[in-house]
Design a protein around this ligand. Structure first.
Ligand code: FES
Length: 144
């Protein structure tokens, strides 16, 4: 069996929502402690809806495919729905990732959360701090 699914290869070769958003309402940047790769997410939010989302990932193919899939899954959703998307759901939507690449998908979930937190902070919106652990690390990964 091929190491990567067709969906992973498609999102790696033709990533959706790549780039940045000028005057973004929320920006999140996270690094993967395991490999040093970095991901940045930009959000445009209107009436509690993620109107637009873009990403820049300086990382491996799995991180790029995960970022691309995560942005597709989150676009048009409410903030609460976006917060509920887990890296496991992203991996499932990709048709799976090799076990040693699962950690790459955590980057997308963390970056989305970090961008939403930035939006809340910028707008003085109250939120449940437990939704945004400082460093999600391994506990934040829903694959384990
Ligand atoms: Fe770094 Fe995949 S190896 S995110």
């Amino acid at each position: 069996m091929a190491l990567y699914t067709e969906t992973v290869m498609d999102h790696f070769m033709n990533p959706r929502n790549v780039g940045s958003i000028e005057n973004a309402d929320g920006i999140g940047e996270v690094g993967n402690a395991k490999c040093g790769d970095i991901m940045k997410i930009y959000l445009k939010i209107e009436d509690n809806i993620i109107k637009d989302i873009k990403f820049e990932t300086f990382g491996c193919g799995s991180a790029i495919a995960s970022s691309s899939m995560a942005t597709e899954m989150i676009k048009g959703k409410t903030i609460e729905e976006a917060l509920a998307v887990t890296n496991k759901q992203v991996v499932d939507a990709l048709g799976g990732l090799p076990v040693h690449k699962l950690h790459c998908s955590v980057l997308a979930e963390e970056a989305v959360k970090s961008a939403i937190k930035d939006y809340y902070d910028k707008n003085g919106i109250e939120y449940d701090k437990s939704l945004f652990p400082e460093d999600m690390g391994c506990e934040g990964c829903h694959m384990v």
